[in-house]
Write a protein that binds this ligand. Structure first.
Ligand SMILES: C[S@@+](CC[C@H](N)C(=O)[O-])C[C@H]1O[C@@H](n2cnc3c(N)ncnc32)[C@H](O)[C@@H]1O
Length: 220
């Protein structure tokens, strides 16, 4: 029997249900994904400029935006959860850096053009396939020519590990999907890999990951 076909589809959450779920997860004491930056993002420190403007998309409790600010960048950070944003503001204050935090539904935002030197999109897998393709297009638009996108997410193989990430298969990445989505950019790095990660209690254990660094072409 083909168990893939037999599995019941995961019901889609409404925007209100998703927001309630995230606010609830972030209401627990501590940092759901820890205070240290995502390891893939941090491993790209040497590729990232130390001056200029960065955006952390769906930034959560601030671990990545704070690290980008410590790296030297002027950072904007967006998330739709006010509970996450309050924690993120507290983390930035505790670490003595300025981050411009704002509440936004990133799938409905009026995205700017050619504003950012760096965009970090770390575990943004709330996006449906349609939303994802719009978001990827907006990232390209919002980067300055020559700007870099750092993307980290789970691959479809993560469903077998169950150590974090969404249950919806079509929210997960494949290497081919990302290569195709950024075919009009310079793919600096694109890797599917399995690794043990420890990011708070939210992402914990052996995981099927994808990491990518993509450059908007300098002349685009
Ligand atoms: C898995 S968490 C990752 C958080 C952060 N990027 C990190 O790596 O720590 C996903 C984040 O997406 C946010 N989120 C979900 N849907 C969103 C939306 N439509 N607009 C903005 N943020 C959203 C959630 O509040 C949550 O903080």
């Amino acid at each position: 029997m083909n168990t893939e076909v037999a599995k019941a589809p995961v019901p889609r959450k409404t925007h209100a249900q998703a927001l309630e779920r995230w606010n609830g997860r972030y209401a627990a004491p501590g940092f759901l994904f820890g205070e240290a930056p995502n390891a893939y993002l941090a491993s790209k420190a040497d590729l990232l400029p130390r001056r200029g403007r960065a955006l952390s998309v769906a930034d959560g409790e601030g671990r990545n935006s704070v690290w980008l600010a410590e790296h030297g960048l002027a950072v904007d950070a967006l998330d739709f959860s006010p509970v996450a944003l309050a924690k993120a503001r507290a983390l930035a204050a505790a670490r003595g850096v300025a981050v411009d935090f704002a509440r936004a539904n990133v799938v409905e935002l009026e995205w700017p053009a050619a504003l950012y030197d760096v965009i970090a999109a770390i575990f943004i897998q709330f996006a449906t396939p349609t939303e994802r393709s719009r978001l990827f297009g907006w990232f390209k638009q919002a980067l300055k020519p020559g700007g870099l996108l750092v993307l980290q997410g789970y691959r479809v193989e993560q469903l077998a590990y169950g150590t974090g990430g969404p249950p919806e298969r079509d929210h997960l990445y494949t290497v081919d999907m990302v290569r195709e989505a950024f075919a009009d950019c310079e793919i600096v790095e694109l890797a599917g890999y399995d690794a043990e990660i420890h990011e708070g209690s939210g992402h914990k254990g052996m995981s099927a990951l994808l990491g990518a660094v993509v450059r908007r072409p300098p002349g685009a």
